[in-house]
Design a protein around this ligand. Structure first.
Ligand SMILES: Nc1ncnc2c1ncn2[C@@H]1O[C@H](COP(=O)(O)OP(=O)(O)OP(=O)(O)O)[C@@H](O)[C@H]1O
Ligand SMILES: *[C@@H]1O[C@H](CO)[C@@H](O)[C@H](O)[C@H]1NC(C)=O
Ligand SMILES: *[C@@H]1O[C@H](CO)[C@@H](O)[C@H](O)[C@H]1NC(C)=O
Ligand SMILES: *[C@@H]1O[C@H](CO)[C@@H](O)[C@H](O)[C@H]1NC(C)=O
Ligand SMILES: *[C@@H]1O[C@H](CO)[C@@H](O)[C@H](O)[C@H]1NC(C)=O
Ligand SMILES: *[C@@H]1O[C@H](CO)[C@@H](O)[C@H](O)[C@H]1NC(C)=O
Ligand SMILES: *[C@@H]1O[C@H](CO)[C@@H](O)[C@H](O)[C@H]1NC(C)=O
Ligand SMILES: *[C@@H]1O[C@H](CO)[C@@H](O)[C@H](O)[C@H]1NC(C)=O
Length: 684
C-alpha cells in the first residue's frame, strides 16, 4: 500500500502542479498584480536571476563583475507588466538602488553599469565593454532592442558621444544617451552641485522615476545616507515615451561590463514600484561594500611605479651608454712604460676638443701617414697641428714613442716643434706647432687654380729656406746628443712659419714604416726621387740617405719642379737627369725656375744646383755631410770643382732609372764602378 501511495504521490498531475507553483507561480502573480513592488536591502540568492559572471555574494551583495573584460547581469526573476492592458500605455514606475563601483585604480576605471528594462533575460552577443553588456556595435541603436536603461558610465567614449568619464545617462535602445549629465547632486540646503565620482568605491543611491503622464524620465542620485535630493539631476522629456519602447512584459535588472580593467560593480539594495513611488530601502540593513578590495592597488603603484622604474632604468641605461660612448670616444692606450713620458702625453679629450671632434673643416691635409688637423688647445689657446697616424702593430711602439719623446726635446728654429703625443688603439696622434703658411710644395708647384692665392717665393726666400733646412738637418745629424735621421725630407715636409722660415717637420715618422716597407706603396712612390739608391738596396737609413734627399730638395726648390716629371703616358723624367744634362751641355742656369724671371743671384743658384748634384751622388761616401753642406752654403768653403762627363751622367741616369723601376733589383756592384765616378766626386 505504502508503495502505491508513493506512486500516487509522484503521479504526473501532482508533478505538474508543483512545477506550476514553482516556476509559473511568481510570474503569474506578477502578471496578475497591477501593483508590483519590491524592496531588497541586501540580496539572497533566490531574490534575483543571474547571468554572465554575476554572483550573489555571501555578504548579500550582488557582484556583477569579478575581473576585467567580463559582463554580468542580475534580473528580477519575473517579468513585469508595464501596461494595464495589452494595448495601453506604459505606466509610471519608480526604481531606487544602491550601488558601488570599485576599481583596481581609484580614479581610473572603464565602462560601467546600468539599470535596465529589457524584453529578455539574456543579451547574447552583447559586448563586455563600453556597451555595458547591453548591446554590441551592430545592435546598438536598433529600435528592435526595446531597452530602456540608465547608465552609470565611468568611461568617456567619444564614439558614443559620452560627455565625460563620470556620467549618468538615459539610454533608449542605444548607449548614445538621449540625455546625460555629470554624476553628482544638488544640495537641498543651498542648491550647490557636488560631483560624485562613480568609481570612488563609495556606495551611492540612485532614483529613477518614469512619469507616464509626461513621458518623462527623472533621475537623481546622492551618496548613501543622503536623502533623495529635491532637485533632479536629469529630467529628460525628448524621445523618452517608453510606450513606444518597451515590450510587454519586460524584465528589470542590472548589467555591468568591466572592459580592459578590473572593475567591480556591486548592487547593495534595490526597490521598485509600478505606478507609485519605490519603497525606501532600509539602509541600516544594507550589506557593506568590501573594504580594501584585495586587488585594489594604488594607481601610483600599478602604473606610475612601473613607468617610473622603466624611466629610471632608461635613464640609467642612457647614462651608461653615454658614459661608455664618452669613454670610447676618449679612450686612450696608456702603458706603464709611458709614465716616464708623462709631460708629453696629451689627453685624447683635449685633442678631441681642440679639433672640435676632428671636424673635416679643420683638416689641413692628408699625407702618407695620416690626416692632419688644425686645432686650438683650449687651456693655452695655442694653435697646433694634430696628426693622426694609424698604427696597427704594438711592436716597436715603445721604441718609437721613446724616439718621439726624445724628438720632443729637440729644439731648433728650423724644426717644427713636436709638442707631444697621444695614443689610442691602433692610432698614434702627434701634436705639432701650427705652421701658418703651410707646406713648401704648395708654393713651388702651385696648381693653375691657386696661382692667384699662393705667392711665388723669390730667390732670397728660397735660399733662406734651403739654408734653414740644411741647418735643421745639421742639427739633427750632428749637433744633438744622438744622431737623428729624418728619413723623409721632401718639399711637402718643409713647412713655412709666419715669417716664411722653412721648418722641417715629420721627422722620425718614417721609422714606423722601416720594417717591411713595401716599396711599391703610395708612400714610397710619393717620395720618389728622394730615396737614395743604397736605401732601396739595403733598406737602411743613414745620415747620408738624408743628404741624398736633401740634394733632391735643393734641385726641387731651385728649379721649381718636382723630382720626377711625368712625361707622356709611361715616361718619367728624373729632375736630376735633366739638371745633369743641362750642366753637361753648359746651360745649368737654364734649369733655374723660370718664374723667378732671372731675378736671382746667379752664383748662388749655380752653387746650390751643383751642391744638389753632389748630394745626389750615387755613392754615399761621396756625398758631403750636412756640416760640409752648411759650410758650402755659408760660403765658408768653396764647392769642389766638379766636371760632368758623359760617363758618370749615364751611370747616374742608369742608376736612377733602375732604382725606381725595380725595387728589389740586383744592383751593379758600386765599388767596382767607383773609378768611373771620380769625375763627379773629384774635389773631395
Ligand atoms: N705643423 C703643421 N702646421 C700646419 N700645417 C701642417 C702641419 N703639418 C702638416 N700640415 C699640413 O698637412 C698636410 C699633410 O701633412 P703630412 O705631413 O701628413 O703629409 P705629407 O707631408 O704631404 O705626406 P707624408 O705623410 O708622406 O709626409 C701638409 O701638406 C700640410 O699642409
Ligand atoms: C569570475 O566569475 C566566473 C563565473 O562565476 C568564474 O568562472 C571566474 O573564475 C571568476 N573569475 C575570477 C577572477 O574570480
Ligand atoms: C489591441 O491592438 C490590436 C492591434 O494593434 C487589436 O487587434 C486589438 O483588438 C487591440 N485590443 C484591445 C483590447 O483594444
Ligand atoms: C552647500 O552645503 C553643503 C552641505 O550642506 C556644503 O558642503 C557646501 O559647501 C555648501 N555649498 C555652498 C556653496 O555653500
Ligand atoms: C566637478 O567635475 C568637473 C569635471 O571634472 C570639474 O570641472 C568641477 O570643478 C567639479 N566640481 C566640483 C565641485 O568638484
Ligand atoms: C506616448 O506614446 C503613446 C503611444 O505612442 C501615446 O498614446 C501617448 O500619448 C504618449 N505620451 C506622451 C506624454 O506623449
Ligand atoms: C527636446 O525637444 C525640444 C523640442 O522638440 C528641443 O527644443 C530640445 O532641444 C530637445 N532637447 C534635447 C535635450 O534634445
Ligand atoms: C531596517 O532594518 C533593521 C535591521 O534589520 C531593522 O531593525 C529596522 O526595523 C528596519 N527598518 C525598517 C523601516 O524596516
Amino acid at each position: 500500500m505504502s508503495y502505491m501511495a508513493t506512486k500516487r504521490c509522484s503521479s504526473p498531475p501532482f508533478f505538474v502542479y508543483v512545477c506550476l507553483v514553482l516556476f509559473l507561480g511568481p510570474n503569474l502573480a506578477a502578471l496578475c498584480t497591477a501593483q508590483v513592488q519590491f524592496s531588497y536591502s541586501g540580496f539572497r540568492a533566490t531574490d534575483v536571476t543571474l547571468d554572465g559572471v554575476a554572483a550573489v555574494r555571501q555578504d548579500r551583495l550582488i557582484q556583477l563583475t569579478n575581473t576585467s573584460d567580463v559582463k554580468g547581469y542580475a534580473f528580477h526573476p519575473a517579468p513585469l507588466r508595464f501596461r494595464r492592458s495589452p494595448n495601453g500605455t506604459v505606466q509610471s514606475f519608480s526604481v531606487s538602488f544602491v550601488f558601488g563601483i570599485q576599481s583596481d585604480f581609484p580614479d581610473v576605471c572603464v565602462d560601467g553599469m546600468s539599470f535596465f528594462v529589457a524584453p529578455k533575460k539574456s543579451f547574447p552577443g552583447a559586448f563586455a565593454n563600453h556597451f555595458l553588456g547591453l548591446f554590441n556595435d551592430q545592435t546598438d541603436g536598433s529600435p528592435d532592442n526595446h531597452i530602456f536603461a540608465v547608465e552609470l558610465d565611468t568611461f568617456m567614449n567619444s564614439e558614443l558621444k559620452d560627455i565625460n568619464n563620470n556620467h549618468v545617462g538615459i539610454d533608449i535602445n542605444s548607449l548614445r544617451s538621449v540625455d546625460a549629465t555629470m554624476a553628482g547632486f544638488y544640495d537641498d540646503e543651498n542648491g550647490s552641485f557636488t560631483n560624485l565620482t562613480l568609481s570612488s568605491g563609495q556606495p551611492m543611491q540612485m532614483w529613477v522615476d518614469y512619469d507616464a503622464e509626461s513621458a518623462q524620465v527623472k533621475s537623481t542620485m546622492a551618496p548613501l545616507g543622503v536623502d533623495k535630493p529635491r532637485r533632479l539631476l536629469l529630467s529628460s522629456v525628448n524621445n523618452t515615451n517608453l510606450s513606444d519602447v518597451l515590450e510587454e512584459p519586460s524584465y528589470v535588472g542590472f548589467s555591468g561590463a568591466s572592459g580592459p580593467l578590473t572593475t567591480l560593480f556591486y548592487v547593495l539594495g534595490w526597490s521598485f514600484a509600478m505606478d507609485g513611488p519605490a519603497p525606501a530601502i532600509n539602509i541600516t540593513n544594507l550589506p557593506m561594500l568590501p573594504q580594501g578590495h584585495p586587488k585594489a592597488r594604488s594607481l601610483v603603484l600599478e602604473i606610475a611605479l612601473p613607468i617610473a622604474t622603466a624611466a629610471f632604468i632608461a635613464a640609467v641605461g642612457t647614462a651608461v651608454v653615454l658614459l661608455v660612448r664618452r669613454w670610447l670616444r676618449y679612450a686612450e692606450l696608456r702603458e706603464d712604460w709611458e709614465v716616464e713620458f708623462g709631460p708629453h702625453r696629451f689627453s685624447y679629450k683635449d685633442l678631441y676638443h681642440a679639433t672640435e671632434g676632428f671636424k673635416k673643416k679643420h683638416l689641413l691635409g692628408a699625407g702618407g701617414f695620416g690626416e692632419v688637423y688644425k686645432g686650438v688647445l683650449q687651456a693655452s689657446k695655442l694653435e697646433v697641428a694634430v696628426k693622426k697616424v694609424s698604427h696597427e702593430s704594438r711592436q716597436g711602439m715603445k721604441e718609437f714613442i721613446t724616439e718621439v719623446v726624445s724628438i720632443g726635446r729637440l729644439r731648433h728654429r728650423n724644426l717644427v716643434q713636436l709638442l707631444g703625443y697621444c695614443r689610442r688603439k691602433g692610432e698614434l696622434i702627434l701634436v705639432y706647432d701650427y705652421m701658418q703658411n703651410g707646406s713648401l710644395d704648395k708654393y713651388l708647384h702651385c696648381e693653375e687654380e691657386d696661382k692667384q692665392s699662393t705667392t711665388l717665393l723669390d730667390w732670397t726666400q728660397r735660399y733662406g729656406i734651403i739654408r734653414g733646412i740644411a741647418c735643421a738637418l745639421f742639427y739633427l745629424h750632428e749637433k744633438w746628443e744622438k744622431i737623428v735621421i729624418h728619413r723623409d725630407i721632401k718639399a711637402s715636409n718643409v713647412l713655412l712659419d709666419h715669417e716664411m722660415n722653412g721648418r722641417l717637420g715629420d721627422f722620425g715618422l718614417a721609422r714606423l714604416y722601416d720594417h717591411g716597407t713595401d716599396l711599391q706603396t703610395t708612400h714610397v712612390v710619393g717620395t720618389m726621387g728622394y730615396l737614395a739608391p743604397e736605401l732601396l738596396r739595403t733598406g737602411k737609413s743613414s745620415p747620408l740617405t738624408d743628404v741624398f734627399a736633401f740634394g733632391t730638395f735643393l734641385l726641387e726648390v731651385t728649379c721649381g719642379q718636382r723630382p720626377v716629371k711625368q712625361h707622356g703616358q709611361d715616361q718619367q723624367i728624373m729632375l736630376v737627369d735633366w739638371v745633369l744634362e743641362h750642366w753637361h751641355s753648359g746651360s745649368l742656369t737654364q734649369t733655374v725656375d723660370r718664374r723667378l724671371q732671372g731675378l736671382y743671384d746667379n752664383d748662388q743658384a749655380n752653387m746650390v744646383l751643383k751642391l744638389g748634384l753632389l748630394c745626389l751622388h750615387p755613392l754615399p761616401t761621396s756625398r758631403p755631410t750636412m756640416r760640409q753642406v752648411m759650410q758650402y752654403l755659408d760660403g765658408d768653403m768653396p764647392l769642389p770643382e766638379l766636371e760632368p762627363t758623359r760617363l758618370n751622367f749615364n751611370m747616374v741616369s742608369m742608376m736612377r732609372n733602375e732604382g725606381f723601376s725595380s725595387a728589389v733589383m740586383s744592383y751593379p756592384d758600386l765599388t767596382t764602378s767607383i773609378g768611373t765616378f771620380s769625375g763627379l766626386s773629384g774635389g773631395r
